[in-house]
Design a binder for this molecule. Structure first.
Ligand SMILES: Cc1ncc(COP(=O)(O)O)c(C=O)c1O
Length: 387
């Protein structure tokens, strides 16, 4: 009765980990959460106030399918601060980056068309591709290349059925960024094949010493995926945006009208205030806090013998090589959770390339919890007699 794509969707291990962690908490134990890919901070107060006001003002109706003009114009100004002019007409407000991925898959793929994605990478990407009959083709990007593909990799993987590529910078689960040169080179190649290049910038702002803020500073004809979920701390509001090349505006409008009618009205009115000075100050402080957590966790894990082969340049993840434990990362994660109440995500959630030796630790928890987590991981290694 169900479509064949259902059988191709793998279970999302992190949800199993989360479920198990909740069960352990319900038994009365404290769990340290390194598995969750969302900021632990509440949405900044100015955004919440704007959301409350929007409700009182009766902003409870459909909006234009591409989103309200004021929010699109704020996003355009945000790009302008980074030195790029983006016509607000090219900006589409979506239901999270997930809504943006749905639109792009419908826009760009016919059944049988291939889209290149990375291993390791964000696991849901392939589900969006399959949704419209597309076929994901994997680019393996190991630690030796910063977990990001090169133009040569894209070229080698490109087949007659390939229509484009989806990359993320910084990426999930690794936090590594594409170098500016890589973006330009890949874009040149993709353009020569008349393909599309989607760049997922959902962790924009949560970066350290990045050479660029948006790929749009380097290349104009990208499809950009972005979101209010991560830097702006609005995961549950379900709001994101796309920037599309001018030629795609009409087609995306038609799709957005039909598929979603409009993004959440309340969330949009609230998100306008995500760009006010007070909120931007809060977001900057939180980004700084993520940096401190990253340093603490990375140093602590290294001390315990773990390898962080490529230090992240952004996001809130460490992709850690656990091979010195001689354990499969799935066993490591489930035993660490069951026996020591520390939750983390096994590499197999993000692909199959050497995934048995990688674990993702998300530092979406406070400093005190990170210290406790490190202590417990140390206890686990001692109990398991890992040298
Ligand atoms: C790389 C990446 N892209 C897209 C998403 C989807 O985010 P949302 O739909 O909350 O905007 C996520 C969520 O974790 C992600 O890590």
């Amino acid at each position: 009765m169900f479509a064949s794509r259902i059988d191709k969707i793998k279970p999302f291990r992190v949800m199993q980990v989360l479920q198990r962690a909740c069960d352990i908490e319900n038994e009365g134990h404290r769990v340290v959460h390194f598995e969750v890919g969302e900021p632990d901070f509440d949405t900044a107060a100015p955004i919440v106030r704007a959301g409350q006001q929007a409700l009182l003002d009766g902003r409870t109706k459909y909006t234009p399918a591409n989103g309200i003009a004021e929010l699109r114009s704020r996003i355009s100004q945000y790009y302008e601060q980074g030195g790029v002019r983006v016509d607000p007409q090219r900006i589409f407000i979506t239901s999270g980056a997930s809504g943006g991925l749905t639109l792009l898959s419908a826009l760009l793929l016919d059944p049988g068309d291939e889209m290149l994605i990375t291993d390791p990478g964000y696991p849901c990407n392939e589900v969006f591709i399959r949704l419209t009959g597309g076929v994901p083709r994997v680019l393996t990007a190991g630690a030796n290349q910063g977990f990001q593909p090169t133009q040569a990799d894209v070229q080698a993987a490109w087949q007659p059925a390939t229509k484009g590529v989806l990359l993320a910078s910084p990426g999930n689960p690794t936090g590594t960024m594409l170098q500016a040169r890589q973006i330009v080179d890949i874009a040149d190649y993709v353009r020569s094949k008349k393909g599309f290049f989607i760049l997922d910038e959902i962790y924009q702002g949560l970066t350290q010493q990045a050479a660029y803020r948006s790929g749009l500073e380097l290349v104009d004809d990208l499809f950009i995926l972005n979101s209010f979920s991560k830097y702006f701390g609005m995961t549950g509001w379900r709001l994101g945006w796309l920037v599309v090349p001018q030629a795609a505006q009409e087609a995306v409008t038609k799709l957005a009208q039909n598929l979603f009618i409009s993004p959440s009205s309340l969330a949009q009115y609230a998100a306008i205030d995500a760009f006010c000075d007070e909120a931007m100050q809060i977001h900057a402080e939180r980004a700084e806090e993520f940096l401190q957590r990253a340093q603490l966790l990375e140093a602590g894990l290294r001390k315990l013998g773990f390898i962080v082969p490529v230090p992240p340049q952004g996001a809130f993840y460490l992709y850690v090589d656990i091979s010195h434990t001689q354990m499969h990362s799935r066993d490591f994660c489930f035993r660490l959770l069951d026996e020591f109440h520390v939750a983390s995500t096994p590499g197999e959630d993000f692909g199959s390339h050497q995934s048995e030796r990688y674990v993702r630790f998300a530092f979406t928890t406070d400093i005190e919890s990170i210290e406790l987590g490190l202590e417990r991981i140390g206890d686990a290694l001692a109990a398991w007699k890992v040298a």
